[in-house]
Structure formats: C-alpha cells, structure tokens
Write a protein that binds this ligand. Structure first.
Ligand code: F3S
Length: 295
C-alpha cells in the first residue's frame, strides 16, 4: 500500500504564522491572552490553546485586563483595533501579510478618492475587516449578475478580491464591471495557496483508490476539498483526527491519498500518516515530509 500525501496539506503560510504567534506569546508573557474569535477552525488547536489558558473572545468587554489579544489571519478593521486599545488591551496583529496588503491598498485608494469594490463574501471576517479600512464604504459583490444592481458610480473604481475567491469567477466579474463602468482599476488579490491545494487534491484523487481528507468539521475549505476528491474517488472520507480513520480492508487498497484543509495542524496529519503506515508498513510516497522539513 502506498500513501500519497499532498505537499499542500495543512496550514497555509498565513494560518501557520498566526498559530505560531499565539503559541510563542504564551511562552513569553504572564498576561492573560485572548484571540479575537477562534484562531482557526480546528478543535484540536483551540483545545491546546485553552490548555495554555488562551481563550477566544468576540469583543473587548469579554476581556479581563491586563491582557493581550491576538488578531487572527483574517484581519480586522482599524476600528476594532482601537476598541481593544482603548480598553488597555495590547493588540498583537497576526493578520496574514497577504490580507494586510489588501487592507493597505484599500486604505490608500479610498483616500485617493476611489470607490472600492470588494469581490467576496460580505459575511466573511476577512471582507468585514477589509471594508473597515475604507470606512465601511465598499460595495461588496460575489457574482457577475450582481454588477447590474450596483448603483451609478461617478468616481474611479478600485476592485480587490477576497484572498480565497475563485479565479474564474473573479475574471467574469471583472469583465462585467469593465462593460458597465469606465476607469476600473483591478488588483487580483487572490492567494495561490487555496488554488494549489485544490489542484493537488484533484490530481491525487484521480490516482488513488481511497482518499482521506483531514480537517475541522466547520472548515469550509476542507469541505471543498472533500467534494473535489469525492467526485473523482468515491471512497473519499472526511476525518478530523486519526481516531476517525474508517475501518477499511487495507489489503484491498493499493494507493491512499491524504490531503488536509488550511486549518489542519501538522501533528494531526502526521498522526494519520503514522496510523495508516502502521496498518501496512510499506513504502510511503511522502512529498509531505519535505514540506514540513522546510517549514
Ligand atoms: Fe494568507 Fe493565503 Fe492563507 S491569504 S491566510 S496564506 S490562504
């Protein structure tokens, strides 16, 4: 039996950075530490943080000062940062640098007089945060059909995308905006991490007899990976930890693919790999091992 482990499985750069910041902070401060919302959609990580006394809160009123609050990779608007600072809580900003870049762009172009349009999910924390950097004045859409219902815009337009937006949909929306408006300045701010993970999952799931997709039950990018793999490989299972590995007759399976969502820690992935390889101690095709060695 061979295991084919996706090199893109697990934390993306931004999530890895945010989680590392919280754990490092726990090592070097006596202050109470909070995260603004769960740092990632993963129960194992959230439980580990709770063991270190780090809890998630939704607003400054829930914090006991003195304290530090960590802003997760999605980022927030400047108003949220001020609310915490005004309460005497030190803000540690773990916003993904790619998201921060969009925030700076939106802030600058808004000041120059552009109307900001954000292509993305208006309920998503990343988008709520980015909108905060232009005084919540952005128009937010997520389909080309919605371009027709935008108001008349006299100003020049600056368009940015949610980092996880689907690129084909982005191109379509830009085409519609260009048809309807003049002076559309576009910045493709989609992050490649999601693209790469999905493309690799698609490829692996075509080549194997079974796929394990590891991720939190509320992780939307894990669910998406599951859908992609299930389409190509009916024997696809979504699991949260090694204890969820389904009872399958390993002798009848030649190749097993493993991938994981952006909020799945490496120790959970390694545990799954370990348990699978214990089931059948043979060669492992582990591009994955290189990925972790270099991280
Ligand atoms: Fe950042 Fe891209 Fe991950 S924007 S949080 S590296 S998906």
């Amino acid at each position: 039996m061979h295991l084919v482990v996706a090199s893109t499985a697990g934390f993306c750069f931004g999530v890895n950075n945010a989680v590392k910041i919280v754990f490092d902070l726990a090592e070097r401060t006596e202050d109470k530490i909070y995260t603004l919302g769960p740092i990632i959609h993963n129960d194992q990580v959230v439980n580990k943080l709770e063991e270190h006394g780090i809890t998630a809160i939704d607003n400054p009123e829930d914090a006991e000062v003195p304290a530090k609050v960590v802003i997760r990779a999605h980022g927030v608007g400047p108003g949220v940062i001020s609310e915490f600072e005004n309460k005497g809580i030190q803000v540690i900003n773990a916003t993904c640098p790619y998201v921060e870049k969009i925030q700076r762009l939106v802030y600058g172009k808004h000041k120059e007089g552009y109307q900001i349009i954000i292509i993305g999910d208006k309920q998503h924390p990343e988008i709520i945060g980015i909108n905060g950097w232009c005084g919540n004045s952005a128009l937010i859409i997520d389909s080309s059909e919605q371009v027709g219902s935008l108001p008349e815009i006299k100003k020049s337009i600056c368009v940015v995308a949610q980092t996880t937006f689907i690129r084909e949909k982005w191109e379509k929306i830009i085409q519609s905006l260009n048809k309807r408006f003049e002076n559309v300045l576009k910045f493709d701010t989609i992050c490649n991490a999601t693209d790469k993970r999905q493309t690799e999952a698609e490829k692996i799931s075509r080549e194997v007899d079974m796929v394990l997709v590891i991720g939190g039950k509320n992780s939307s990018n894990t669910n998406k990976l599951y859908e992609i793999c299930k389409d190509n490989c009916p024997r696809t299972f979504k699991i949260q930890t090694a204890s969820d590995i389904p009872p399958v007759d390993i002798k009848k399976i030649k190749k097993i693919g493993i991938t994981a969502g952006a909020s799945t820690p490496d120790w959970v992935i390694k545990e799954v790999i370990h348990n699978m390889s214990e089931l059948d101690k043979q060669d492992l095709e582990m591009s994955f091992a290189d990925a972790f060695e270099s991280s």
